[in-house]
Design a protein. Structure first.
Length: 283
C-alpha cells in the first residue's frame, strides 16, 4: 500500500494510462524520453500503464520494452498456448457445475508471461519510484501501491472485470485501476515539476454499425466509462503535458496488432520532444 514518500518537486513525472492494447503506445513515449536523456523521478500507471510503467521503472529502456513486447506477441500460437496456462478455471468446470469462468486469467501468471525477467519482486527494488493505481472493489475507492510486493499490485491494476480475476492484497480485493482512475497524473502532484500523462482511453468511434457481441460490449462499455472519467478529470485540472496518441481505431484486446499500434503512435516521439522544449522555454 502507499507509503509516506519524500516529495520531489524537480524533474519529470510520468503517468501512463489505461486502455488495453492501445497502451502499447506508451512505449514510444519511453523511447522519446530515453533519446532525450530524461529519466523520470516518479512514474504512476493504471492497468496496461502499470504493466509497462513498472517494467520501465525496473530499468528497462523503451527500446528493450519494444523488442520484448514484439517478441512475446510474434508467435500467436505460442502466446495463446501460454495464455491458456494462465487460466483460473477449466472448460470442464463450466460443464461440471462448479461455476468457474474458463476464460478468466490469473493476473500474476499473466505478468510472468508479459514481463521481462529483469522486473523485480518488490517496489523497493525498482530504479524509479513507481505507483500502481488499483481499485478496492469492496471499498469502492482508489487504492495506490508504491511499496511491498510488486506483482500483486500490478496484477490488481490490470484486473479487467470478466477477463482477469480480482487480486487479494492488504485485506482488499483489487480490480482494474482504470475503473476509477484511467489517467493517474494526480498521483504525481507534488512529486515532479513537470507531469507528462499519456491518455489512451479513446477507443473506436462509429467504426461499425453491427450490434456488439456480449464480450465486446462488456469490455467496450468499460472503455467508454474510462474515457468519460478522464474527460471529467481534465476539466478540473490537467497534467503539464498531455499526450494523446492516434490509436483510437484499435480495440482493447488488439495486442496482436502491436506493430501497427506502435506505428500509429510514432508521432509521440516528436510530440514529447516538442512539448518538453516548449515547457523549458516558458520556465
Amino acid at each position: 500500500m502507499t507509503s509516506a514518500l519524500t516529495p520531489r518537486s524537480e524533474g519529470v513525472g510520468l503517468a501512463l494510462g489505461a486502455g488495453g492494447a492501445r497502451g502499447l503506445a506508451h512505449i514510444v513515449v519511453l523511447e522519446a524520453l530515453d533519446e532525450l536523456g530524461v529519466k523520470p523521478v516518479a512514474i504512476a500507471g493504471s492497468s496496461i500503464g502499470a504493466v509497462i510503467g513498472a517494467a520501465y521503472a525496473a530499468g528497462l529502456t523503451g527500446k528493450q520494452l519494444r523488442a520484448h513486447t514484439l517478441g512475446v506477441l510474434r508467435n500467436r500460437a505460442q502466446f495463446m498456448s501460454q495464455l491458456l496456462r494462465a487460466r483460473v478455471g477449466r472448460f470442464a468446470d463450466l460443464l461440471s457445475g462448479l461455476g468457474a469462468n474458463p476464460v478468466l486469467l490469473d493476473g500474476e501468471k499473466l505478468l510472468d508471461l508479459l514481463w521481462p525477467t529483469k522486473v523485480p519482486d518488490r517496489f523497493e527494488q525498482l530504479q524509479i519510484p513507481f505507483t500502481a493505481v488499483t481499485t478496492d472493489f469492496h471499498g469502492r475507492r482508489e487504492a495506490l501501491f508504491d511499496s511491498g510486493p510488486l506483482a500483486p499490485a500490478v496484477a490488481g491494476s490490470m484486473a479487467i472485470a470478466g477477463l482477469v480475476k480480482p487480486v487479494s492484497a492488504d485485506g482488499m480485493y483489487l480490480v482494474d485501476g482504470g475503473v476509477i482512475n484511467p489517467l493517474p497524473y494526480r498521483a504525481l502532484i507534488g512529486r515532479a515539476s513537470t507531469i507528462i500523462a499519456c491518455d489512451v482511453t479513446a477507443g473506436p468511434i462509429g467504426v461499425e454499425t453491427a450490434s456488439p457481441r456480449p464480450f465486446e460490449a462488456m469490455i467496450g462499455s468499460a472503455q467508454i466509462l474510462q474515457g468519460a472519467i478522464t474527460n471529467e478529470m481534465l476539466k478540473t485540472d490537467a497534467p503539464d503535458i498531455l499526450l494523446v496518441p492516434k490509436v483510437q481505431t484499435f480495440r482493447t484486446l488488439d495486442f496482436f496488432r502491436a506493430v501497427k499500434i506502435l506505428e500509429a503512435a510514432e508521432h509521440l516521439r516528436e510530440d514529447v520532444k516538442r512539448a518538453l522544449a516548449e515547457k523549458l522555454e516558458r520556465a
